[in-house]
Design a protein around this ligand. Structure first.
Ligand SMILES: Cc1ncc(COP(=O)(O)O)c(C=O)c1O
Length: 406
C-alpha cells in the first residue's frame, strides 16, 4: 500500500493561494502563520494530477459534458462512505457549495421571506440570505460545558413567528465542529416538515468525522424527511480541490428538483469546469486510501494541539471536536475584550486565524484554527502562541501589568 507523506512542507507561495499570498489584503504580513481559510496544505493524489495532465496534454479546454461514469463514481462514494443511495435523477452539479446554497435560497423562497440558520456559522450563510434580499432568522446554538446543542423550542418558535421557508443546516458544523446526532437531526427535521420548511443541508465536511461520532445524511432518516431536503456535497474539502469548483447536490423530491434546476438555468451556467469534473472523478475513484491516511494524520494533529493547549494554555479550551479539520477554541477565560483577543492572536502570537466574531457575534471570544497542515507548521504555531501567552499571563503579571488584560 502506498504511504503518503503529510509531513512534507509544500511551498504554496506565488500560486495565487488565498491562504498564503493575500496576507496584505487581509491586513497580515508574510510572517504570520496562516491557519485560516478551509483548505489543506497537502498535495492531492497522483491520480487527480494525472487526470488533469491528460487534459493538459490535449491542450484544449472546450465545453465539457457529464458522463454516466461521473454520476456512478459519486453515487458509489456516497453509498460506500455514507450509506446514502443516490439516484442520477436527484443529482445537480454546481460550481461550489455556496453557489448551491444561494440557488436554494432563490429557488425555495421569495424576496423578503425568511431563512433560518444556526449561529455562529460559516459567514457565507449570512451572505446568501442577506444578499438575495431574504430575511435572516437565527437559532443560536447553545454552548455549555464545551459542547453545542440545539434549542428546539427557539427553533420552532422562530420558524412559526417568521413563517420561515428554508433552513440551512451545516453538518458537520463550521466553525463549532459539531456533528449532529441522528436524534438531533430527527427532531430538527420533524419540526421543519411540520412547518413545511425545506432543509438545505451543507455536508461539505461530511468526510471528516472524528471517532466515535457518525455522520448522518438527513435524506437517510426517513422517506418523509427525504422529500423535503437538498443535500449539498463536494469533493473540495475531502480531497483538497476547492479551487476546481465542483459540487454535487442531491434532491430526492422531483418537484423540488425541478424548481431547483429552473433556478440553476436562470443563473445561466451553461457548462461545467473541465478540470474540476476530471479531478472529481479521480478523487472519488482513487482517493479513499489517501483520505484514510490523511484522517489518521489529522487525528495526530488534533491530539497534539489538544495536549498542547491542556499543558500550556490553561485559559484556552478546545471545544469538543467532532468533525471537520477546523478546531474552535474558547478563549473567554483569557479575560480579554473581543478586539484585544483578536489582536493578541494576530499581533502578539503572529498567527493568521479566523477570529470567532466573523461567524457572528455568538463567536466572540473564540478563534477558529485550521489544523490541516504539516505537524511542524502546527508546532511552530503552537510555540508562538505559548510565547505570546506566557508574556501576557506570566511576564506582564509578574510586572503587575494585569490592567492590560481588560
Ligand atoms: C460549511 C461550508 N460550506 C461551504 C464552503 C465553501 O464551499 P465552496 O467553496 O464549494 O463554495 C465551506 C468552505 O469552507 C464551508 O466550510
Amino acid at each position: 500500500m502506498k504511504i503518503y507523506n503529510f509531513d512534507k512542507i509544500i511551498d504554496r507561495h506565488n500560486t495565487n493561494s488565498l491562504k498564503y499570498d493575500y496576507f496584505k489584503d487581509f491586513g497580515y504580513t508574510e510572517d504570520h502563520i496562516p491557519l485560516w481559510v478551509a483548505d489543506m496544505d497537502f498535495s492531492v493524489i497522483e491520480e487527480i494530477k494525472n487526470a488533469i495532465y491528460k487534459i493538459n496534454a490535449v491542450g484544449v479546454y472546450g465545453y465539457t459534458g457529464i458522463t454516466d461514469n461521473y454520476y456512478r463514481t459519486i453515487a458509489e462514494w456516497m453509498y460506500k462512505r455514507h450509506n446514502f443511495k443516490v439516484e442520477k435523477e436527484w443529482h445537480s452539479i454546481t460550481p461550489g457549495v455556496v453557489y448551491a446554497l444561494s440557488a436554494a435560497v432563490c429557488a425555495f423562497t421569495k424576496q423578503g421571506e425568511s431563512v433560518i440558520i444556526q449561529t455562529p456559522v460559516y459567514s457565507p450563510f449570512y451572505k446568501v440570505i442577506n444578499n438575495n434580499g431574504r430575511k435572516l432568522v437565527k437559532n443560536p446554538l447553545v454552548y455549555e460545558n464545551g459542547n453545542y446543542s440545539v434549542d428546539y423550542t427557539d427553533f420552532e418558535n422562530k420558524i412559526v413567528e417568521n413563517n420561515v421557508k428554508l433552513f440551512i443546516l451545516c453538518n458537520p458544523h463550521n466553525p463549532v465542529g459539531k456533528v449532529f446526532t441522528k436524534e438531533e437531526l430527527i427532531r430538527i427535521c420533524h419540526i421543519c416538515c411540520k412547518h413545511k420548511v425545506i432543509i438545505a443541508s451543507d455536508e461539505i465536511h461530511q468526510d471528516f468525522i472524528h471517532e466515535p461520532y457518525k455522520h448522518t445524511v438527513i435524506a437517510n432518516l426517513n422517506e418523509k424527511f427525504e422529500q423535503c431536503c437538498v443535500i449539498c456535497t463536494a469533493p473540495s474539502k475531502t480531497f483538497n480541490i476547492a479551487g476546481l469548483k465542483v459540487s454535487n447536490v442531491f434532491i430526492p423530491n422531483p418537484d423540488l428538483k425541478k424548481i431547483y434546476d429552473e433556478e440553476l438555468i436562470r443563473r445561466g451556467p451553461s457548462s461545467v469546469n473541465t478540470l474540476g469534473i476530471a479531478a472529481c472523478i479521480a478523487a472519488y475513484k482513487y482517493g479513499e486510501p489517501w483520505l484514510n491516511q490523511l484522517k489518521q494524520y489529522l487525528k495526530g494533529n488534533l491530539d497534539y494541539v489538544s495536549s498542547f493547549i491542556n499543558d500550556y494554555l490553561p485559559k484556552i479550551k478546545l471545544v469538543n471536536p467532532q468533525g471537520t479539520y477546523l478546531i474552535w477554541v474558547d478563549c473567554k477565560q483569557m479575560g480579554l475584550e473581543n478586539k484585544k483577543l483578536n489582536s493578541f492572536f494576530k499581533d502578539d502570537a503572529k498567527l493568521w486565524l479566523n477570529p470567532g466574531d466573523v461567524f457572528g457575534p455568538e463567536g466572540e471570544g473564540f478563534q477558529r484554527i485550521n489544523i490541516a497542515t504539516s505537524r511542524s507548521i502546527l508546532e511552530k504555531a503552537m510555540n508562538r502562541l505559548k510565547t505570546a501567552y506566557d508574556v501576557l499571563f506570566y511576564e506582564k503579571l509578574e510586572n503587575n501589568q494585569d490592567e492590560t488584560l481588560i
